[in-house]
Design a binder for this molecule. Structure first.
Ligand SMILES: Cc1ncc(COP(=O)(O)O)c(C=O)c1O
Length: 387
C-alpha cells in the first residue's frame, strides 16, 4: 500500500454511511443532516437536456471539453462576477470539483523541490490534504478560529513557510463553517500569494448558495497565479452528474489541461450538454436558494430555542454549531443517532472542529420541521444526563 496514505483515517463521510445503515437496519426514521447532498430534484430542463443528448454511439470526450460549454461558463462568469475569461485558454470543464481539487497538486507539486508545501485551513473539506499527500506534497494545515470568522490568515504565517509553499487552498463560502470572505480579505490573500510565488486555489463551489449578498470570487481580484474551482453540484442540485470547472490563470490552466489527459477525467458529452443548460439559467438557482432559506430559518429558530450558538449562516447550506464547553461533539452526535438524526461531529473536518458539529440542510422542508421536534426531545435528554 502507498505509504503516504497508510495513516489516513477512512474518508469521514464513509463513517456516516455506516451509521446510517445501522439506523435503517433498526427501522428508525432517518433524518440525515450528514453529507452535503441535498435531495431537491434537478431542474427538469437540465434532466431533459441530458436525456436528449445521450447518443446512439458514445465516444471518448475530449479533456478540453465542448466549446459550447466553455463559452456558457465564460458567459456565466462575466454575468455573475463581471470577469472576462477566454473560453479557449482559461477554462476547463471537470467531472465535478472533487477530482479537479484532488488531481491539481499532482501537476503542480515538484517533489524534488523545497517549495512543495500546501497550505489550507482546518476544519476543512478533506480533499485538499488528501490530494497533497497523494502528490507527494507536504500538507500544512492552519487551524481556523471562530474569532477570525474562520478566515485563513496568511498574514500571520512566517515568511519562511510561505517561501516553501507551492499552493494555498482557500474555500469561501466555507465548508464546514459557512464562513464568507469579504473582498478585502481575498485581495490580501491574493497579494501574499503573488509576493511569494504561490498558486492560489480558490474552491468556490458554494458561491451560489447565499441568502442576502452574493459572495465574491478570487477572479474578481485577479487571475495571475490564481484559479477558481466551481461546481454544478450545489448550485444546480447535480451532485450525481459530476460537473464543474476550473478557471483562471492561462499558464496554470494550460499546464493543468496538458496533464489531465493522463487521469482520463473528461466529462461525458451528454453531461456537458446538460451543464450548458445549467450554467445558462439562474431561475432554478434562485428557487434552490429560496428552499434553503426556508430550511435555514427553521434551524435558526430551533438553535435559538435550545440555546446553541452558531456562526450566522450567510451562505452554504451548513450550520456550524458550538456545543457548551466540556461536551464532546462525537458523544452528542452518537446520542442523536439513537433518534435517527445524523449530524457530522466537528472532528470529522480536522483540527479546530472539536466542540462543534455541522448540519447540512439536506432533508426536505417538511422533514426539517419533523426533525426539530425529535431533536428537541433528544437534546433535552442529553443535557439532563450531562448535568
Ligand atoms: C468545499 C467543497 N469543495 C468541493 C466539493 C466537491 O463537490 P463536487 O465534486 O460535487 O463538485 C465539496 C463537496 O461537498 C465541498 O464541500
Amino acid at each position: 500500500m502507498n505509504s503516504r496514505i497508510r495513516n489516513l483515517k477512512a474518508y469521514p463521510m464513509d463513517r456516516l454511511v455506516r451509521a446510517k445503515e445501522e439506523i435503517k437496519r433498526k427501522g428508525l426514521k432517518l433524518f440525515d443532516f450528514g453529507t452535503g447532498d441535498p435531495k431537491e430534484p434537478t431542474d427538469e430542463r437540465i434532466r431533459k437536456a441530458l436525456v436528449e443528448a445521450v447518443p446512439r454511439v458514445s465516444q471518448y470526450p475530449t479533456v478540453k471539453g465542448r466549446k459550447e460549454l466553455r463559452e456558457a461558463i465564460a458567459k456565466w462568469l462575466k454575468g455573475r462576477f463581471g470577469v472576462s475569461l477566454n473560453p479557449e485558454t482559461e477554462i476547463i470543464p471537470t467531472a465535478g470539483s472533487k477530482e479537479a481539487i484532488f488531481h491539481f497538486p499532482l501537476v503542480f507539486i515538484d517533489t524534488d523541490s523545497e517549495k512543495r508545501k500546501v497550505i489550507f485551513g482546518t476544519p476543512a473539506y478533506p480533499v485538499y490534504e488528501r490530494g497533497t499527500l497523494f502528490a507527494g506534497g507536504e500538507p500544512v494545515s492552519v487551524e481556523l478560529k471562530y474569532e477570525d470568522r474562520f478566515l485563513l490568515r496568511l498574514d500571520r504565517l512566517p515568511k519562511s513557510l510561505l517561501e516553501e509553499t507551492a499552493i494555498v487552498w482557500i474555500n469561501y463560502p466555507h465548508n464546514p463553517t459557512g464562513a464568507v470572505a469579504p473582498l478585502s480579505y481575498l485581495e490580501e490573500v491574493y497579494g501574499i500569494c503573488r509576493e511569494n510565488g504561490i498558486i492560489l486555489c480558490s474552491d468556490e463551489c458554494y458561491t451560489e448558495i447565499y441568502f442576502e449578498t452574493p459572495p465574491h470570487s478570487i477572479l474578481e481580484v485577479g487571475k495571475e497565479g490564481a484559479v477558481a474551482f466551481h461546481s454544478l453540484s450545489k448550485r444546480s442540485g447535480m451532485t450525481g452528474y459530476r460537473s464543474g470547472f476550473v478557471a483562471g490563470d492561462e499558464k496554470v490552466v494550460s499546464e493543468y489541461l496538458k496533464y489531465r489527459s493522463s487521469f482520463g477525467v473528461a466529462s461525458q458529452e451528454f453531461v456537458q450538454k446538460a451543464a450548458e443548460v445549467a450554467w445558462s439559467d439562474e431561475k432554478h438557482v434562485e428557487e434552490r436558494r429560496r428552499i434553503f432559506k426556508e430550511k435555514k430559518e427553521i434551524f435558526e429558530e430551533f438553535f435559538k430555542e435550545i440555546g446553541l450558538e452558531h456562526l450566522p449562516v450567510e451562505a452554504t447550506f451548513y450550520f456550524w454549531v458550538k456545543l457548551p464547553s466540556g461536551i464532546s461533539s462525537e458523544a452528542y452526535a452518537l446520542h442523536l443517532l439513537k433518534y435517527g438524526i445524523v449530524i457530522s461531529p466537528g472532528e470529522f473536518f480536522g483540527k479546530g472542529g472539536e466542540g462543534f458539529f455541522r448540519i447540512a440542510l439536506v432533508p426536505t422542508v417538511e422533514e426539517c420541521k419533523e426533525a426539530v421536534k425529535v431533536w428537541k426531545k433528544a437534546h433535552e435528554e442529553f443535557m439532563e444526563k450531562a448535568g
